[in-house]
Design a protein around this ligand. Structure first.
Ligand SMILES: Nc1ncnc2c1ncn2[C@@H]1O[C@H](COP(=O)(O)OP(=O)(O)O)[C@@H](O)[C@H]1O
Ligand SMILES: [Mg+2]
Length: 256
């Protein structure tokens, strides 16, 4: 729980740090980023499959100059189990888009559908969000296992959401990490934790990103720390970006 809010707020943090960000709702089973944003999209990712429709016809602007949103479509079965032809149309159009943004964030559903898996496979980094509940740990483990066996992906970052303390986050991560190590021979990375915080449901109700509504709340600070790490990871990939101190414009300081 918390994937969509994490994607939205990471996107907002990176945008505030002067990056151009595209947020893509890829939770085709349960698209709800539009609701979190209070937007009513006219077109969605499904329309991208039509010839003559370009990403710019579908994209909405969350913020001016650099925070864009590509809506999904709920409950369209042919998207859930797309065949390879449709997938390649979509990926080709997405590829053009990829070049235009510093960050492309994909909000994927929890379900292990073919489409979700293939979206996941095209990303550079993958963040698996779990909570301390045992059921969430097993869901997270199942996702990693399938991604690993179907696509040979070995690199996963873990975020533990809705923790009571830093310790609880670390303990939950260690449980998942031990299972991945023992049964899959995989070393997963700890990206960090997000505390349980009433400011989060409040932001959902107000349809405003938490980092915009309550930038000093506990959960907002935690997500900002995750954004800093993500930016750093990206910096390692792209040495040019690392030279820009890009989080300097964000209003919250002592984040780490
Ligand atoms: N850190 C948190 N603290 C408190 N409530 C949270 C937190 N993260 C998520 N929630 C609650 O969980 C709900 C679902 O979050 P969402 O991001 O939509 O999850 P997912 O996309 O994984 O289904 C939110 O509307 C919010 O009420
Ligand atoms: Mg979601």
């Amino acid at each position: 729980m918390g994937k969509t809010n994490l994607a939205l707020n990471l996107g907002y943090a990176l945008y505030k740090a002067n990056h151009s960000v595209m947020l893509m709702d890829c939770d085709i089973g349960l698209a709800n980023l539009d609701i979190l944003l209070g937007l009513v999209p006219e077109k969605n990712i499904h329309d991208l499959l039509q010839p003559g429709i370009a990403p710019r016809d579908v994209i909405l602007h969350i913020e001016k100059n650099g925070f864009d949103f590509l809506p999904a479509a709920s409950g369209i079965p042919d998207l859930l189990e797309m065949d390879e032809d449709l997938q390649s149309i979509l990926f080709e159009k997405m590829n053009v888009m990829l070049g235009a943004y510093d960050f492309l964030l994909l909000d994927l559903g929890a379900g292990i559908s073919k489409t979700v898996l293939s979206f996941t496979a095209i990303t550079h980094e993958r963040i698996v969000v779990i909570t301390p509940e045992p059921t969430s740990l097993t869901d997270g483990y199942a996702m990693i296992k399938v991604m690993n066996s179907e696509y040979g992906i070995k690199n996963f970052h873990i975020v533990v959401n809705q923790v009571a303390s830093q310790d609880e986050g670390k303990r939950s991560f260690e449980r998942l990490s031990a299972a991945c190590q023992k049964f899959l021979g995989l070393t997963v990375q700890y990206l960090g934790f997000i505390r349980s915080d009433p400011a989060m449901p409040e932001a959902v109700v107000r349809q405003v990103p938490l980092l915009k509504l309550s930038p000093k709340s506990a959960a907002a600070r935690d997500i900002l720390a995750l954004a800093v790490k993500l930016k750093r990871m990206r910096g390692e990939r792209l040495p040019l970006l690392a030279e820009q101190n890009v989080l300097q414009n964000f209003p919250v300081n002592n984040v780490e």
